[in-house]
Every structure is written in structure tokens, then in C-alpha cells.
Design a binder for this molecule. Structure first.
Ligand code: SAM
Length: 216
């Protein structure tokens, strides 16, 4: 086993399983995706550490546990169409590619979208579709989605996501102020009826856009 594979196994045992993640498909995906390829070479040795890392443009790749918790919260079985907003490094999209059938991911910063696309293609995740735009509108042409995952903090839940969620589908989104949020799961029970659960406290960079925060 390579040093990175050993570090990845340790990450999954100590940060993911030890904190209560039990979905075997999520655990398996986190054992497979080479997280060190999604950060700059100078940070590769820290890729499996228990904290977020900078990816440029004042953005971050989320802490491994948060990626696992958000992925588990979607309760994917494998045949779903999923939307991610906030491609960032592309790492979460790669995890989703192993958990769902189709993955659509939106990023608003050109350099990040370009790099995520490249790294995903180079590592066998070319099925992920990345679009450069304001993701607060969702991805209307591809809706409905059985899963929607927002990896930036929103001031409130944009109506576009509820509209684009399939009945029976789940939206996982951090909601709060610019510095700290509560991770929420919204399950669409029927058209016009949703259940909202609070999952955990978290800290994401802001979701910036027409239905999010204003750019600083
Ligand atoms: N999921 C990413 C990963 O695996 O590396 C980490 C995402 S990072 C915490 C948040 C990302 O959301 C940033 O790349 C940021 O540019 C992006 N973002 C913020 N507002 C956005 C918007 N309205 N549309 C699309 N992306 C947005």
C-alpha cells in the first residue's frame, strides 16, 4: 500500500467511522478517492488531515468528516441524479460520482471550475459535469434531482433548490450567517410539503450569488 493509501485508511477509521459515519458506500468512496490529487502538490502531505485546506481564490476543500457527513445525509443508493453547488477542488464531486448515477456540479470561480474539471478527468471521474455559473439558480435544464448538496453557506434556502428537488429527494445545505451555519437536510415529501432537519454545526465559506450572499 502507498503512503497515501495508508493515510487515507487512517483518515476513514479515525475521522469518519470513529465519529459515527456508517454508510458503507460512503466509507468505500472515501477509501477510493485520492484526496491528495485534489489539493496543490505542496499540500498533498496534509490532504488526509482532520481540517479543511486552502485551494486558492480564498476557498477551501472541506474537512474529510464534513464531506462524509454531507454525503451520508443524502442517503444515496446509486441510481440518482445529483446536483452539487460549489465544485471547489472537485473532491466532493468525485465522492458523489461513486455514490450516484449522474453528477452535475456548479462553480462560480473560473480558475476553480477549470482545475476541478481537469483533476476529475485525470483521475477517472469524467462523468461529472461541471458548469461555470451562479449556482444559486441550481441547474434548471437538468432538474429534477434526487439529491442536491450545497457546499457553501447560505443566508436562507433558495427556492430554486426546492423547486429542482424531486419528490422524495433530499437537499443538504448549510444555512446561517457568513461565518457559521447549521447543516440542514430538507426532504421533499410532496410538491409543496418538505421536512427540515438540523444535522450539525458547521463553518463554510459563503454561497455568493443572486439568491445567496453579496460578493465582498
Ligand atoms: N465541494 C468543494 C470541494 O470538494 O473541494 C468545496 C467547496 S468550497 C467549501 C465552496 C465553493 O463554493 C467555492 O469553490 C466557491 O467558489 C463556491 N461557490 C460559492 N458560491 C457559489 C455559487 N453561487 N455558485 C457556485 N459556486 C459557488
Amino acid at each position: 500500500m502507498s503512503d497515501f493509501a495508508i493515510a487515507r485508511r487512517r483518515m476513514v477509521e479515525k475521522q469518519v467511522q470513529a465519529r459515527g459515519i456508517t454508510d458503507v458506500r460512503v466509507i468505500d468512496a472515501m477509501l477510493k478517492v485520492p484526496r491528495h490529487k485534489f489539493v496543490e502538490a505542496a499540500l498533498a502531505s496534509q490532504a488526509y488531515s482532520d481540517y479543511p485546506l486552502p485551494i486558492g481564490e480564498r476557498q477551501t476543500i472541506s474537512q474529510p468528516y464534513i464531506v462524509a457527513a454531507m454525503s451520508e445525509a443524502l442517503q444515496l443508493k446509486g441510481d440518482e441524479k445529483v446536483l452539487e453547488v460549489g465544485s471547489g477542488s472537485g473532491y466532493q464531486a468525485a465522492i458523489l460520482a461513486l455514490l450516484a448515477d449522474q453528477v452535475f456540479s456548479v462553480e462560480r470561480i473560473p480558475a476553480l471550475a477549470r482545475r476541478a474539471r481537469l483533476v476529475l478527468n485525470q483521475n477517472g471521474f469524467s462523468k461529472v459535469n461541471i458548469r461555470l455559473t451562479d449556482g444559486t439558480y441550481g441547474w434548471e435544464e437538468e432538474a429534477p434531482f434526487e439529491g442536491i448538496l450545497i457546499t457553501a453557506g447560505a443566508p436562507e434556502i433558495p427556492d430554486s433548490y426546492i423547486k429542482q428537488l424531486a419528490v422524495g429527494g433530499r437537499l443538504v445545505i448549510p444555512v446561517g450567517d457568513r461565518g457559521s451555519q447549521i447543516l440542514k437536510r430538507v426532504t421533499k415529501l410532496s410538491e409543496g410539503d418538505c421536512r427540515v432537519e438540523n444535522l450539525l454545526d458547521c463553518r463554510f465559506v459563503p454561497l455568493i450569488g443572486a439568491k445567496g450572499w453579496e460578493s465582498e
